[in-house]
Write a protein that binds this ligand. Sequence first.
Ligand code: FAD
Length: 483
Amino acid sequence: MSPVPTPAASADQASDQSIVHVVGGGLAGSEAAWQVAEAGVRVVLHEMRPVRGTAAHQTDGLAELVCSNSFRSDDWAYNAVGLLHAEMRRCGSLIMAAADAHQVPAGGALAVDREGFSQAVTQRLEQHPLIEIRREEVAGLPPAQWGSVILATGPLTSPALSDAVLQLSGEGQLSFFDAIAPIVHADTIDMSVAWRQSRYDKEGPGGDAAAYINCPMDKAQYEAFVDALLTGPKAEFKEWENVPYFDGCLPIEVMAERGRETLRHGPMKPVGLTNPHNPTVKAHAIVQLRQDNALGTLFNMVGFQTKLKHGAQAEVFRTIPGLHNAEFARLGGLHRNTFINSPRLLDAQLRLKADPRLRFAGQVTGVEGYVESAAVGLLAGRFAAAERKGHALTAPPPTAALGALIAHITGGRLEGDTVEAGKFQPMNINYGLLPPMETPKAGPDGQRIPMKERGRAKKRLMSERALRDLDAWLAGPARAAAE
Ligand SMILES: Cc1cc2nc3c(=O)[nH]c(=O)nc-3n(C[C@H](O)[C@H](O)[C@H](O)COP(=O)(O)OP(=O)(O)OC[C@H]3O[C@@H](n4cnc5c(N)ncnc54)[C@H](O)[C@@H]3O)c2cc1C
C-alpha cells in the first residue's frame, strides 16, 4: 500500500468538507474517531499498522496497549485518574466502555485483557457506519484538501510525519530522550525547613524574587544522597530507545557518576541563597524546586531528571530536608518520546495555530498515559465534530479533570517554556492541575475532620465539583454543539 500523501480518492475531494480525518488509531485516535462519528460526522481513520510498524506495537489492533494493561485507579472520589475515568464514561467514551467490558481483577485499579480490549475497540470502529478505516501511513503533512484533521500518532509517530510537523511548527526538536524530573505537590513540602527565594534574589519577569522553593543539605546529608544515587536501582533502556541525551539534561545519577562534587557545582549549587531558618549556617548543597503550573500547586525538582526506578526515587528524594513527606504528582524517567510544545503551538481547541485545519490529540500533545491520551482524543473529536457542524464548542471547565488537562497543555504552563529547554514535559492527570479548594476542617454534618484525613476530604470535594461542573458542560455547551 502506498503512503499518503497521494491524491485522496475523488469521492473524498467532493465531500471532504463533511469529513474528519483522524491519523493514528491508538488510544487517542480511536476515541477521537468514535466521538466524531457518534456526533453524526463522517470519519476516515488512517492507521499505518500493519503496513508500517512501530518499535513498541506488536499487533495490528487499534488502541493497542504497548506496555502495562492498567488504566490505574478507578476511584473517582479520591484519585484524579479515577475521576478522569468517570468523566470520560459520562462523555460516552469508547475506550472506557471497552475497558469496562474487558476488565481483569486488579484491586482498586482498572486493568484490562489487552487483546479483548483492543479487539473490542477495533470491532466497534469497523462496524460504525460513519467510519472508514484505511491502513496506510500518512507520510508527510496531510493533503491540503483534508479540511479537518486530527493527528493522534503518539510517542512513536513515524519519522516522515514528525519531520513534517517539525518544519511546520518551527520548533527545533520534537523527538528525543524525554528526561523527566519529578514533580511534587506544593502543599506536601515542609516550609519550616524549606524556604522561597530565587538565586541572588533575582526578579523574574513578573517582579517575583522568590520563585523557587529551596531545600538545604549539610555535608553528611549530601554525601549520603550521592551514595544513594550511585547505588540505587536504575531502569534499563530498551534497544529501540537509541536516542542521545539532550545536552544540559543529564540524569542526576549520571552527573553523580562523573564526580562526587558535580551536583554541588550543577543543579545543587548552594550559592546566592540564604536560609532564613538558619541564616548564619551556609548550606553544603541546595535542591531547588520551580513552580510547574500556573496555579502554583505543583513544583518540579530542578535538574533532577533521573532514570532511578520509581520506588527508589521516592525513597531517595524523601531524604532531602523539607521533602520528608513529599507526595509526588509525577516521578522522573527517561524514555524516547515525541511531543509538541503544545502551550506555544496549539489554541484552546487543540488546533495548530500555524495551520488550524490540523488538530492534535493524545500523547503527542504532552499528556502522559493511556487514559490521558484517550481523554485528549475525546475532546479533539468533539471539537472537530462541532466545527464540522458549524458550532464552536468550548472546552470543559478547568475544575473538571478533562478541562484541567486541556488547560494544562494549551495554556497552563509558565511563560518561556520550550521543549528544547526540557521544561514542557508530558504530564499525568493529578489534583494539582485542578484549581485548588480550601482544605475542609469539618464534614457536611459539621463533624470535625481529623487532621490526617483532611487531604483526602479535599480530594473528594474536588472530585464532586469536577463531576458537577462537567455535567453542566455536557448539558449546556456540549448539547448545543451536538444540534
Ligand atoms: C514504550 C512505551 C511504553 C508505554 N507504557 C505505558 C504504560 O504502561 N501505561 C500508560 O498509561 N502509558 C504508557 N505509555 C505512554 C502512552 O500512554 C502510550 O504511548 C499511549 O499509547 C499513547 O496514546 P496515543 O494514542 O497518543 O498513541 P498510540 O497509542 O501510540 O497511537 C498512535 C498510533 O498512530 C500510528 N501512527 C504513527 N504514525 C503514523 C502515521 N504517520 N500514519 C498513520 N498512523 C501512524 C501508530 O501505529 C499508533 O497506532 C508508553 C509509551 C511508550 C512509548
